[in-house]
Structures are given as C-alpha cells and as structure tokens.
Design a protein around this ligand. Structure first.
Ligand code: F6P
Length: 340
C-alpha cells in the first residue's frame, strides 16, 4: 500500500511520535509512506516527501511536527477540493492518515465523502475531541501549565500577591481544570460554568485571608462579557483568537479592585504547545499512529483511531465530529472540592 500522512491545525507535543509510529508501522507491513507538508496545504499544493524509518529516527521525544502544520482548509472551495483529490491520485495513495483536531478531522471527512480513503488520528492540547478518552498533547501542555502555576505561587507567596494564570483550551476547560486541580489553584474558571464574580472573589478573599496570597487559573474561553482586547481576528476555520480577549489580565484588575491585594497575571500562550511530549503522550501517539495504519491496511475509511479504555479502536468520523467535548459535571464537582 501507499499511505499519505499529514499533521494539521495547532501543533502540540506528540505529533512527531505519531508520525514516527505511522511510518514504522507501515514499514513493518511493507507499505510506503509519503508525508505532506503543512497540513492540508501540502495535499492541496502537492508539497510532499517520502518518509521511511531513517527520516523518522529519533522523533519520539521531539516537540512540534517535522511535517509542519497549518490551519488551511482546502474544502472551502471546489478548486481547493479538486487539487486535493488530484494530489491524492497523482501519488497513487491507497489511504491518507490525517493527524489533527476537529478541524483537520472535518476536512478528512470531506475527503472520505469524495471517495478517497482516510483515517484520522485525534490530537490537540485542548482535549476537546469527542469519542476518545484523551487526545495526545493535552497531558504535556498541562504539565507546562502546572509548572507555570507552581512558579507563580512561589512569587505570589513572597510578595503576598494574587496572581492569575490564563491558559489556552478554546471553548473547553480541560486545560484549566487539570492545571487547577493538579497545581492546587485557589480558584479555577472554565468556560463550561457561567462566570460568578462573587463566588470567584470569595475564593480569592479566603485564600488571601488564610495565606496572604492566592493563585487562580482561568481558561481563555471564560466569558467575562469582554470584547475589549479582541480584534475580531479569526483563523481559517473561523475560530476567534481567544487569547486576545485578555481574560487573565481582566480578572487581575477585578481582583485588585475588589480586594485591594496587589495582583498580577500571566498568559503563557503558545509555551503550552512546545517542548518534548510527556511519556503518556508519546505512548498514546505511538498507539494511535500505529492503530491508524492498521485500520487503513484493513481497508477501513472515514474513521478515526481513538482510545477507549485500554483499546485503540476505529470510530466513524461522524461520531467524533458531533461538537466539542467539554468538561463534564463529575470533573467540575471534583474541581470545586479543592476551592479555597
Ligand atoms: O486549539 C489549540 C489552541 O492552542 C487553542 O487552545 C488556542 O485557542 C488556539 O489553538 C490558538 O491558535 P493559534 O495557534 O492559531 O494562535
């Protein structure tokens, strides 16, 4: 067989181990792999290179993606879609492995609908893809955010300040929730819960009263009724750049105004997406990459390889693409167990 592989959407730790797994599993079965650069852009513009075991040597611990990525969606025009199909056929591909989040997987479904074989692999630091227990990239990003929170707590303690850490995650609060829980935040705000200023400030006040410092985590997607910082800029899939709203900085202003405590904020942004993948993500990416090849070799298409309990299974893309996977009530209940 001839397989194509691409990585699309925002990068995250684990993409390189996933590419490595696709190539090594294919080689194990005597199949060839061609990699497309910069996501769907590479398939549209026929920007490709052959990938064998030598090309993916050492990728298990490297952050980013050696294939490059973009948020290009070629299926918005007939011309773009036609170019993708032409490239697919020119390379005599039997199937494509598309590694990405909702947007990339949505484009994969378009390809499947146009009669070409495709298997998706879910990745994203946001952990917001439905149908899989976890996406790779998430644990690595949270490790970075927890490290940041612990550092902020040190300086907040020294200066008797409140500090707000703003994390990414788009409209799902998984990154904020896990950072707050694992890092011991006094208050954590996620988009799944309506912002309650009195409750939030109450938690900060209690922490300040007990320890003369407070640390809070806020997801970039929390709705504070803010439009101020936003330029309205969108990516190619129509997503607002939520970091521009400045949720963390605004919360810091509100805390200082309400409590009188000196307050700072930190927005760690894309730092969360870089660095070597955590072991969990290396293993998950390796399993999903190999699993996607197994599905393709079995002749399946229009599916995404997902983690279900202990197993890697194929799930129809239609079932994975039914909206954002958001934080559920059991996690929220656990989160509030640890509020100040
Ligand atoms: O989807 C991953 C993510 O990091 C989101 O958490 C964030 O809102 C967005 O990408 C940022 O996008 P960009 O890299 O285009 O600034």
């Amino acid at each position: 067989m001839r397989l194509g592989v691409l990585t699309g959407g925002g990068d995250c730790p684990g993409l390189n181990p996933a590419i490595r797994a696709v190539v090594r599993r294919a080689a194990q079965g005597g199949h060839a792999v061609v990699g497309f650069r910069d996501g769907w852009k590479g398939l549209r513009d026929d920007d490709a290179r052959p990938l064998g075991p030598e090309e993916v040597f050492g990728l298990e611990h490297l952050g980013g993606t050696v294939l490059g990525t973009s948020r290009t969606n070629p299926f918005t025009t007939d011309e773009g879609a036609g170019k993708v199909l032409a490239t697919f056929d020119r390379h005599h591909l039997d199937a494509l492995v598309a590694i990405g989040g909702d947007d990339t997987l949505g484009a994969a479904r378009e390809l499947h609908r146009r009669g070409r074989k495709v298997i998706g692999v879910p990745k994203t630091m946001d952990n917001d893809v439905r149908g899989t227990d976890w996406t790779f990239g998430f644990h690595s990003s949270v490790a970075v955010a927890v490290d940041a929170l612990e550092r902020l707590r040190d300086t907040a303690t020294s200066h008797h300040r409140a500090i707000v850490l703003e994390v990414m995650g788009r409209h799902a609060g998984w990154v904020a929730l896990a950072t707050g829980l694992a890092g011991g935040a006094d208050a954590t705000l996620v988009p799944e819960e309506r912002y309650d200023e009195e409750a939030f400030l109450g938690r900060i006040r209690r922490a300040l009263a007990a320890r003369r410092c407070a640390v809070a985590v806020a997801s970039e997607g929390v709705d504070l009724g803010l439009r101020a910082g936003s330029t309205g800029a969108q990516d190619e899939f129509g997503h607002e750049l939520l970091g521009e709203r400045g949720v963390g900085a605004e919360l810091a202003r509100r805390i200082q105004a309400a409590t009188g405590a000196e307050t700072r904020s930190a927005q760690i942004g894309h730092i969360q997406r870089g660095g070597p993948p955590e072991i969990f993500d290396r293993l998950l990416a390796s399993r999903l990459g190999a699993g996607a090849v197994d599905l393709a070799v079995a002749g399946r298409s229009g599916e995404v390889a997902v983690l279900r309990g202990e197993a890697i299974v194929g799930l129809p893309l239609d079932q994975a693409l039914v909206g954002t996977r958001t934080v559920d009530p059991a996690w929220l209940s656990l989160l509030h167990t640890f509020d100040a």
